[in-house]
Design a binder for this molecule. Structure first.
Ligand SMILES: [Zn+2]
Length: 171
């Protein structure tokens, strides 16, 4: 009994080292403003976006994943930079274990977690007007109740925690 408990502790420690545990409901968003380029990196538990963290087992889950991908592929509906800055989104880069072709994903067992890592880039025609952004992640994905934002902007580094309907960051 005692040995089993120790073995379990050790395996948890090893797992924790491999990848820090994420917190369901909380997404991390890195914002970098560099001249006319606004770059965003979203790191979100998949649960926030679709309610599960494994490859689709059935048509309903497949449809849910497809809908998420479609929504993430419309960055201008997720992130709204200062309108007068004239920012246009490029095609995002989406990386998640559940989007790997079937057969490449490890069979889920126990407490398996999966993330969505997404990179978004906007090019802004009038970057001198770019002073902030509205983040609509919680509106589109209601399981996301908190977005922790780190900003590297023209005036330096700052951070913000968006929750309870607060959707605006500025820099
Ligand atoms: Zn998880």
């Amino acid at each position: 009994m005692r040995f089993a408990a120790i073995a379990l502790l050790l395996s948890c420690a090893a797992a924790a080292q491999a990848a820090p545990p994420h917190v369901h409901g909380v997404a991390l968003l890195d914002v970098a403003v560099d001249g006319a380029t606004l770059s965003l990196h979203l790191d979100s538990p998949l649960d926030n976006l679709v309610g599960f963290e494994h490859a689709a087992y059935n048509p309903s889950q497949k449809a849910t994943l497809d809908k998420m991908v479609a929504q993430l592929n419309r960055p201008e509906q997720l992130f709204i930079p200062t309108p007068s800055a004239g920012c246009k989104a490029q095609a995002p880069k989406l990386v998640s274990a559940v989007l790997e072709p079937a057969g490449k994903t490890a069979a889920p067992h126990g407490h398996v977690h999966a993330d969505m890592d997404a990179d978004f880039v906007f090019q802004c025609a009038a970057p001198q007007n770019l002073h902030g952004m509205e983040v609509k992640l919680s509106a589109l994905f209601p399981r996301t109740h908190t977005v922790k934002v780190q900003i590297a902007g023209p005036k330096g580094q700052s951070g913000a925690v968006l929750e309870s309907g607060n959707t605006k960051v500025s820099w």
